[in-house]
Ligand binder design. Structure first.
Ligand code: C5P
Length: 226
């Protein structure tokens, strides 16, 4: 009997959207449900990885054998991820982190006004880019990103792979049916640093998670031999 493939490996997965409040009852967000990230955590735990899932708001149940930290905002997700990052062998950021937050958060529910209301937004910190810059787990730590795009999928994904200094990136086209937010399936392309593009057929998110974890294992194996 061979040992389960991620035994002894510490894997951090992020999932879900973030909520960025305007006031106590309103927020800016996106349609992410967390399915891709929860599938990744499920698969990694099934392979005997020591898995920590940092999740934005999601109705999904905690996967078996996974440590779950629930957060709401991008800044909370950043705090949680950065605190865990140094001890992790691999980090897979599947969360759809809100790129912006309202500049001001009103302490009470904002009252209706007649006519137009302008809102000011501030950029949120890019958690994955910060990890790529500092590589808190050392040079053998595996960093994986997701790129959800509506146009120029390969170009945009490649740019993120390089800019965020990742080991590989999983690109998915949001305009394709059976892919993206809320779907049980995903059709993705995996881009490597050496320029290789692996095009996968439409698969369940759990099958995509298996392919992603296969690659994580491969990368971890490489790190051991150099
Ligand atoms: O730049 P973009 O948001 O498309 O990049 C997507 C990747 O970066 C995802 O892996 C996502 O989890 C991560 N990300 C992040 N922090 C942000 C925005 C995105 O970690 N503020």
């Amino acid at each position: 009997l061979t040992a389960p493939s991620l035994a002894g490996r510490r894997i951090l997965v992020s999932a879900g959207p973030t909520w960025e409040p305007f006031d106590p009852v309103r927020f800016i967000s996106n349609p992410s449900t967390g399915k891709m990230g929860y599938a990744l955590a499920t698969v990694a735990a099934r392979r005997s990885g020591e898995v920590h899932l940092v999740s934005g708001p999601s109705t999904l149940a905690a996967p078996q054998g996974v440590r779950l930290s629930k957060v709401v905002t991008a800044r909370e997700m950043q705090e949680s991820v950065l605190a865990l990052a140094p001890g992790m062998d691999a980090i897979v950021m599947a969360a759809a982190v809100s790129d912006f937050r309202p500049t001001e958060e009103a302490p009470q529910k904002i009252k209706k006004i007649a006519g137009e209301e302008a809102v000011r937004l501030t950029r949120n910190p890019d958690i994955l880019a910060a990890l790529g810059r500092s590589r808190p787990g050392g040079r053998h730590q595996v960093l994986v990103g997701f790129a959800a795009e509506t146009e120029n999928l390969i170009e945009n994904a490649r740019e993120k792979l390089i800019e965020k200094n990742l080991d590989f990136i999983v690109a998915n086209n949001l305009t394709q049916s059976g892919s993206g937010f809320g779907s049980d399936t995903n059709q993705v392309k995996i881009l490597d640093r050496d320029g290789t593009i692996t095009e996968l057929p439409c698969l369940t998110k759990e099958e995509v998670a298996e392919m992603v974890m296969d690659r994580v294992e491969q990368q971890l194996g490489k790190g051991e031999h150099d």
